[in-house]
Unconditional design. Sequence first.
Length: 201
Amino acid sequence: MDYASLVALIPGYVVRPGDTNIIANVDTFIQLAEAKLNRRLRTREMVVRTTATLADEFSAVPDYFGGVLSFSLDDEPLVYLTPQAMEHVRAANSDAGKPKYYSIVGGEFWYLPSPNDAYVADLSFYQKIPALTSEDDTNWLIESHPDIYLNAVALEAALYLVDDELVTKYGGLLDTILNDLERQSLGDSMGDTLTPVAVCV
């Protein structure tokens, strides 16, 4: 499935085949669906591993940043502090050095001590779902889980139509699918740590 096929399916799913009003608003339904999915989903498919150069006290977070999974420098985890706690740390010691702490302010990472050199850290983060549009007509979620996109966008269309029956239908289907995906992702991530159990018969 891609953007065009999703757009073509939505009017029929909300029992409005050929409804130009639904088609005219489908991009908004997609944006609303993606916003809700980005707030909920934290699956292995969203994890991106990269490096971050810590050369200044502040640096931009990666594109489509959805939250830190791990952040380490020379195999030592950087410790997350709230911006308020970072202010206390800087007030106590403003000397530059090798960063030990980080926070997130707006769209930037904040490091303390302020780097006295260019350090390269290992960063794993959750990447938000890349926006689906007529120009960027596919992404990993619609390729791997088209049922999530279809039900999430159909739910937004049903909310727009104030159709309680369809809201209940697609809300329930979407919740079931997301729960299944979250369980699958958890099982995949724990697979190597599970201990086999001997069964006697």
